[in-house]
Design a protein around this ligand. Sequence first.
Ligand SMILES: *[C@@H]1O[C@H](CO)[C@@H](O)[C@H](O)[C@H]1NC(C)=O
Ligand SMILES: *[C@@H]1O[C@H](CO)[C@@H](O)[C@H](O)[C@H]1NC(C)=O
Length: 622
Amino acid sequence: MVWSAPHIGSRPVAILGGGVLGRRIACSFVAGGFNVHIRDPFPQAREDAIKYIDENKEFYTSFCPNGKPAQYGTYTASEDIETTVKDAWLVIEAVPEKIELKIDTFEELDKYAPKDCILGSNSSSFRSGLMLDKVSDERKKLVCNVHYTMPPMVRTVELMTDGYTHQEIFPFLSDVLRQCGMLPATARKESTGFIFNRLWAAVKREILTILAEGVSDAAEIDALWAHMFQTSVVPCQMMDQVGLDTVAFIEDNYINERKLDGSLTVDWLRSNYITQGKLGLKTPEQGGIYPPSTVAVNPPLNPAAAAQAAAGTEKQMPPIFFLDVGLGSNSPSYPSLAGLTTNGKILRLDEPNQPPKALVTGLPLPDGIDVDPSANRMYWTNMGADVTAKDGSLMSSTLDGSDKKVLLGDGVLTTPKQLVLIKDQQTGTEKLYFCDREGCSVHRCNVDGSEHEVLVQNPGGVGDLLHWCVGITVDLKERKFYWTQKGPAKSNLGRIFRANIDFLPGETASNRSDIEVVFDKLPEPIDLEIEAETGVLYWTDRGEHPRGCSLNCARVEGEKEVRILARRFHEPIGLKLDLARKQIFVCDLGGSIYAVDVETGKKTVVHRDDGSYTGLVTLPAA
Ligand SMILES: *[C@@H]1O[C@H](CO)[C@@H](O)[C@H](O)[C@H]1NC(C)=O
Ligand SMILES: *[C@@H]1O[C@H](CO)[C@@H](O)[C@H](O)[C@H]1NC(C)=O
């Protein structure tokens, strides 16, 4: 019989299970514009699932091919199966992995779901063909596996027949899934492990054999893998993470089905690890494939870092000084008491994901910071709370926050932004370079605030967004400084300029002839840093996705192609290069600090809370 697709209209997709994965699956449908009905027996799980979708649906749309839907799907959650599925066009079950439970669930679904409703199983270990004992023959043609991995970051979904499924269902469901921003793949036949899990099983099987034969060890295998595929997702770490008992259990299925010899895989794993209580992350005291000291505690932020740690090349995090502009959730003083009390802070982070220490508090919208460990001083800008009052300032203190001094203030600066300290061997000077956003200008002065000069003065003022200057960096090798003019919000009119450190004779900030546009039509570039040796400029961009909210780089000479190193920040501002360790630190207004691997673009969160971060600098060795 010919299959015709169910009419969707306002009918919901029913998801059975509102847990960690169920709510993510639901969220992807909502973001794709489909109505969703979640079933979970626990009130707390239902509440959490709805909250998760409230908070994340917008983010999920950033993966959808058509961007935001005309309207999001609606979403509700209820307790019983019958109500949840009675009008559904698709049901995805994600109940616990017990075959008897699956069989009974499918019996109920067959009974309560509309005749044309497609039934999908999220099972990873069972073919849907094994769940049909109590299902009518007509329904068998509408049952298949719909196996999700872990959205939002991993977006694969594998579809597979139960042996009877109408073939037309697969292209139909694939279209729906793509609309939700997923990457669907269809196993053309029944296959234990679908497609990717089989491939992955082969990798694990051969690794166990390599280890059992004593040919190599976990750290070496992971290091090779990480380098070969330029990835931080490495197989031995993954096995420890999943749990060696689970790894063995999965492999048993293949052994039974294909009559494989398990002596150098599961048998070896059981006698050397599992029976000795070495399961991986679940047993940090005993360890797993990795010895206990190197087993990262749940979950490892960065498996590559852990692999490198095991190989003795761990990435290190230098102390980070960063600014909380004070506009996060706990800022009662802004903007009602403008200019009087404010909520900005200078914070110091010494260890990843440990609470930072507040060094200075009560600042009026701090934005740019730099440090000088040899002089035990730090320098920062405050935008000030009132643009029209020109109450921006430049300040300094010791590295522990004492001996605070105002270097420039009192109506001289409007809204000073990024700041860098430059020790110029050629002129024997130490200068602070910084931009003044609404002042539409670039400045420098001595570290005590003396010899204050304006280097660039654009025409216009507070409302002239195209002329606002924001980020700054200095290239002593070519004797140029670079600055950003971000343009109006999300406008794609952002530009990066440069000019000479030393004025040409007879020229001033308002009439200098050496200003060049280096890049234009950028979403909204913010802070900058150049690696002078290679002539590569790095910058954050807080413009619109997909080009904005990104970390970018480009050569400033020759082919000036802009490369996006990492995306999906939440309005990134500050950055600091740590290229010796192949990483860049980035912070964003969304309250996170990331270490970005410059080779893979992988972002590792080193700090996250409800702050709102602007400037960031690392403490170099004195
Ligand atoms: C669905 O499949 C994934 C991957 O195997 C699994 O992690 C998840 O627990 C399954 N079920 C639910 C309830 O999410
Ligand atoms: C720039 O302005 C200064 C000061 O007004 C003036 O002396 C100088 O001649 C001008 N230079 C050019 C190239 O216009």
